[in-house]
Write a protein of this length. Structure first.
Length: 359
């Protein structure tokens, strides 16, 4: 399958490694900075004959890839995705799928019109730990779900934001919830039944006066099934990343996933006693080198199979939209000081521009 990557920055190594592991044919690499492309060609021992582009539209016109991964700054995801879909390409879109619900809806509608697949890159759904927990959810081992909590306690320093001017801006990124925490927010919503009734939230910028958006977000979520969710996301932890955890509390079960990127099962308690908790914790344990984990490779495998078998990807465009919607609902609740009812018809990060401006 002919594959192209648009965006060769911080997350691109995971995409390149996943594409290689799945034996995709590299037909192009694209980045506005050609040095980024050269770095990745050397690092991954890619052929120097692979066409290299600084203009993705020219790339689409000349090489006609079947599958394109979009790993640019968040604010450009939507337009690039729409152009790729128009060119007949299937797309894997790094999180978030877009920065507005209108753009997410356009991507989903355009993909149906052109009969191509859209995968939202929420790779943590493929963690061994998360797959085991999802299996328990689908087998109703928890019974009635009472509540779940998602915590992302990470550090992002001045140097991180200096390396890319788009980070922390409302136009191209959003803050801690949209960038760092959306993976865990996605998992919480997915595990708790997906349907959200209302959201209350607070956000603040406590320690990063040089960015536009929040570095702390806290929310309470009410789900349609009567359960609740709690979100705590921050980039203010000193002096380095502490943890990403997901708790699920049900009538008949309690689970905690932790580690760098919810890649470790730390608690496993079920009344049915169908499995040995210590064995589960030992078997479903990964130790990835960074917070991105190992999920890109199985996500790519699933997307390839979805294209070949004409089925929906495991993490489709609608899933990406739901994660986006929940983050935007928290932003709106925090900005208005009122609970926000879902579904949201329209909302964008740009609605909150100037939210933390001084004076």
């Amino acid at each position: 399958m002919k594959y192209a990557l648009i965006g060769c920055g911080r997350i691109s190594p995971n995409h390149i490694a996943a594409a290689k592991a799945n034996n995709l044919e590299f037909v192009a690499l694209c980045d506005i900075d050609s040095n980024n492309i050269r770095d990745k060609v050397i690092k991954f021992d890619l052929s120097t004959d692979i066409p290299q582009y600084t203009d993705y539209k020219m790339m689409l016109k000349e090489v006609h890839p079947e599958l394109v991964a979009i790993a640019t700054e968040s604010g450009k995801h939507a337009q690039i995705a729409l152009d790729c879909i128009d060119a007949g390409c299937n797309v894997i879109i790094e999180k978030p799928i877009a920065l507005s619900l209108a753009d997410a809806d356009k991507i989903i509608a355009k993909a149906k019109e052109k009969n191509v697949k859209v995968c939202a890159n929420h790779q943590n759904r493929f963690n061994k730990s998360i797959q085991k927990i999802r299996e328990a959810v689908e087998k109703d081992r928890f019974g009635r779900m009472f509540y779940g909590t998602a915590h992302v306690r990470w550090c992002r320093d001045h140097e991180y934001y200096d390396r890319a001017s788009w980070r922390g801006t409302w136009e191209q990124d959003g803050g801690a919830l949209m960038n760092q925490c959306i993976h865990n927010i996605d998992l919480l919503r997915w595990m708790m039944g997906d349907d959200v009734v209302e959201v209350a939230g607070m956000t603040d910028r406590l320690n990063h006066p040089y960015i536009d958006a929040e570095d702390l977000g806290i929310a309470i979520i009410k789900f349609a099934n009567g359960g609740y969710g709690i979100v705590e996301g921050t980039t203010d932890i000193y002096p380095k990343n502490l943890e990403e955890t997901l708790y699920l509390f049900g009538e008949k079960g309690t689970v905690k996933a932790g580690g760098q990127s919810v890649n470790v099962i730390e608690e496993w308690r079920f009344s049915d006693m169908l499995d040995d908790p210590e064995e589960v914790k030992a078997r479903f344990h990964e130790n990835p080198p960074n917070v991105y984990g190992y999920g890109h490779t199985p996500l790519y495998k699933d997307m390839i199979e979805a294209i070949e078998n004409d089925r929906e990807p495991y993490v489709n465009g609608e899933a990406g939209r739901r994660a986006l919607e929940l983050v935007l609902a928290i932003y709106k609740a925090a900005a208005t000081g009122e609970t926000v009812k879902l579904p949201l018809k329209e909302c964008s990060t740009m609605d909150f521009k100037g939210r933390f401006s001084q004076g």
